[in-house]
Design a protein around this ligand. Structure first.
Ligand code: URA
Length: 210
């Protein structure tokens, strides 16, 4: 993946995203759509995974057939909203390893503070896909990638549903080596740090906590 930013404009992705943005969409509907869209986005973010061949026998004859190469890839959910993307992708790539990064925002410094970090071993040998539906200010995404790099990851991609220009710029500045895949690039952030037009608080909408 050479592009820093990939905007997935596929009609199915765009249609499902519109349904998710609608304020009247239920929690169950939102969650189901997120699961579906995560699989379409996974298709894009894994498009150029390394491949090799394996000798197999079909009922008719032997052949060298393509299979994924290298160590199992790692999906890292940035808590808590990342879990909404994680479930669908795991259905598609059931053998993926899974990590979690938990960050909260210190109300005084406004900086992200780590409260949980658990990732698989040998990160340096694996492709790591960090997932968070909303790339807003970019503060937590940048901090999460910082932690993953500190833990040894060198081949990281970032997958989100919506991105604000501010978050994209922040990520590009801090982590120019980490390609971003997103279903939409929205207008801006509002004063509260929400993406507009956006879809609201992704965690609240998927877990029904509001
Ligand atoms: N996180 C969300 O859930 N929504 C936003 O709009 C921004 C950050």
């Amino acid at each position: 993946m050479t592009e820093h930013l990939t905007h997935v404009t596929h009609p199915l992705v765009q249609h499902k995203l519109t349904l998710m943005r609608r304020k009247e969409t239920s929690t169950a509907g939102f969650r189901q759509l997120l699961r579906e869209i995560s699989q379409l986005l996974a298709y894009e973010v894994t498009r150029n995974l390394p491949m090799t061949t394996e000798r197999i026998e079909t009922p008719l004859q032997p052949m060298d057939a393509p299979v994924l190469d290298g160590k199992k890839l790692v999906l890292v959910s940035i808590l808590r909203a990342g879990n909404g993307l994680l479930d669908g992708i795991l259905e598609l790539i059931p053998s993926a390893r899974v990590g979690f990064v938990g960050l909260y925002r210190d109300e005084e410094t406004l900086q992200p503070v780590q409260y949980y970090f658990k990732v698989p071993q040998a990160l340096e040998d694996r492709m790591v896909i960090a997932v968070d539906p909303m790339l807003a200010t970019g503060n937590s995404s940048v901090a999460a990638i910082d932690l993953l790099k500190k833990a040894g990851a060198t081949n990281i991609r970032f997958l989100c549903l919506l991105a604000a220009p501010e978050g994209i710029a922040r990520m590009k500045e801090a982590h120019p080596d980490v390609p971003i895949v997103t279903a939409a690039i929205d207008e801006r952030l509002n004063e509260q740090g929400y993406i507009v037009p956006g879809l609201g608080d992704a965690g609240d909408r998927m877990f029904g906590t509001k």
